[in-house]
Design a protein around this ligand. Structure first.
Ligand code: ATP
Ligand code: MG
Length: 511
């Protein structure tokens, strides 16, 4: 069995080399008969695409895009749902050395404009359902899927060479989720493939015999890195489901296609647990993007027959800490913990923040935010040793990491530091509570610093709310802690969230 460090070094030297070529690494070096992607439509009709088909179609599209002037290093935006043309388009762009800028399909015009303009993209590839959102963009060329696109692919000669961009060259430019403010642009170099491969292999433990389904949307980091890029670098097949997420559709896809290895966001698991969907045996289940509440952990074990592994990462890093599944690195899960650093990363808690030891982490690749040097500077300690995540956390005596809260979300009440997530985890166990967020707001009496306030979405009619507020306060006081009970409980229709579903507590704090 090769040593873990040797394996990481091998990936890094291969993907970080000056002659690294994205199309070769992601497609051309793989067995052409291996399935590259499984596509599932809304009505559960399925199809597959092999690496041979992907290579052929992307070579032809590359010729067509080169004819349109697409060049090395050029930013090209893509606004497409999880369809075969999406992966063909990305690979065609990478053959030309161009940089993919993902646009989430649920975006409205404003979010699209922000990204297209910030990336200075002059071409957007899209699909008919999305086309109208691009009408207001000036000086942008648009190419959409459909009969003309198909003809373009079939009539163009295959592009036989691929641009070598090298390990330091860029291949993705995407934006953070905007949970704490304006989204920040992150440029991803080719050598990040080593970090992505490490998580696919050690973190998710996706094996050749698995039916892998990463249900995250490729418009965001988790879905793009681990639903498209990592499976391709590892020669594995992800399943891309085009239907909308519902607990029922998710269970149906799992059952119909025999999914064995599933990854998704906590909101997905939470919705499934509230809908009490039936048991579906899995070999692996992983969660990322937000804290995994303990109620879901217990439910997951009964439903899937395996615990859900909580994994932690950022757009800027990829996944870095986790309850990793591979036999070489697996450790017993400890309640509430996100696990240990991924092979290739060294992490610690520095000044209360989860931090990555950049020089000691061979897989660390983040090079700064696009056009925002002051934001980049905030991320690093003075000598550039530590990359600070902006998330508060702690470790226990055995090096297990625990997430407390985003640094800004930590509540300082009567001298205590309270993580909203701990309080939310208690409130969500109440059967009437569908969704909840907890924030600290200035104490109107001016004595406690901040007071804990809860924003609650319920399934009960509003007449019952006074009694329910009292019940929720007692629940926290009696089962968690007196110092953390919410002094104010607000009932709301919905919580403010990013398009990827993360709670924007800064908006609730603002009131
Ligand atoms: P922005 O940086 O624009 O405010 P964002 O931080 O939400 O948005 P992402 O890069 O998509 O953008 O998300 C990374 C963040 O998500 C982490 O910094 C952390 O706060 C949160 N996160 C990710 N995984 C976990 C996890 N397993 N447990 C708790 N929080 C997590
Ligand atoms: Mg962030």
């Amino acid at each position: 069995m090769p040593d873990v460090d040797d394996t990481v070094e091998r990936w890094l030297s291969e993907y970080g080399a000056p002659d690294a070529n994205v199309a070769t690494l992601l497609c051309d070096r793989h067995d052409p008969d291996t399935v590259a992607f499984r596509f599932v439509d809304e009505d559960l009709a399925g199809s597959t695409m092999t690496y041979r088909e992907l290579a052929d179609r992307s070579r032809r599209l590359a010729t067509a895009l080169a004819d349109r002037g697409v060049k090395r290093e050029e930013r090209v935006a893509v606004l497409m749902s999880k369809r075969p043309e999406l992966v063909v388009t990305l690979l065609a762009l990478w053959r030309l050395g161009a940089v993919h800028v993902p646009l989430f399909t649920a975006f409205a015009e404003g979010a699209i404009r922000l990204r297209v303009e910030s990336a200075r993209a002059r071409l957007v590839l899209t699909e008919p359902e999305q086309r109208a959102k691009l009408d207001a963009l000036e000086d942008v060329d648009v190419l959409e899927t459909g009969a003309d696109f198909d003809r373009l692919v079939s009539d163009s000669a295959p592009w036989t060479t691929s641009e070598t961009v090298g390990g330091d060259g860029a291949f993705l430019q995407l934006y953070t989720s905007g949970t704490t403010g304006k989204p920040k642009g992150v440029v991803v170099p080719v050598r990040a493939l080593a970090a992505f491969h490490s998580y696919l292999h050690y973190g998710l433990d996706v094996r050749a015999e698995d039916v892998y389904w990463n249900a995250a949307d490729p418009g965001w980091a988790y879905g793009l890195y681990y639903g498209i890029v990592a499976p391709m670098v590892g020669g594995r097949a992800n399943l891309l489901f085009r239907g909308a997420f519902t607990p029922a559709s998710t269970t149906a896809v799992m059952q119909r296609f025999g999914v064995t290895n599933f990854a998704g966001a906590p909101t997905m698991y939470r919705a499934m647990s509230k809908a009490a969907t039936g048991p579906v045996p899995l070999r692996r289940a992983s969660s990322a993007g937000e804290p995994l509440t303990p109620d879901v952990v217990g439910w997951g074990e009964t439903t899937f027959g395996v615990p859900i592994g909580d994994h932690y990462g950022q757009t800027e890093l990829g996944m870095v800490i986790g309850n990793h599944w591979h036999d070489d690195v697996v450790r017993p899960i400890r309640a509430g913990s996100m696990g240990h650093p991924l092979p290739g990363f060294v992490a610690a808690v520095v000044d209360g923040q989860i931090a990555v030891d950049a020089p000691a982490s061979p897989l660390f690749w983040f090079g700064g935010y696009q056009d925002a040097p002051e934001k980049t500077a905030e991320r690093f300690t003075d000598a550039g040793r530590w990359y600070l995540t902006g998330d508060a956390g702690r470790t226990d005596e055995d090096g297990y990491f625990f997430f407390t809260a985003r640094d800004d979300d930590v509540i300082l009440a009567s001298g205590y530091r309270i993580g909203p997530f701990d309080v939310e985890s208690v409130l969500i166990t109440h059967p009437a509570v569908i969704d909840v967020a907890v924030v600290g707001r200035p104490d109107p009496e001016g004595v406690r610093g901040e007071i804990v306030e809860a924003f609650v979405v319920t399934s009960t009619p509003s007449e019952a709310h006074d009694a329910l507020a009292r019940e929720l306060q007692l629940l926290v006081r009696d089962t968690y802690s007196r110092h953390a009970y919410p002094r104010a409980v607000h009932f709301v229709e919905a919580l403010p969230k990013t398009p990827s579903g993360k709670i924007q507590r800064f908006l609730l704090r603002r009131g």
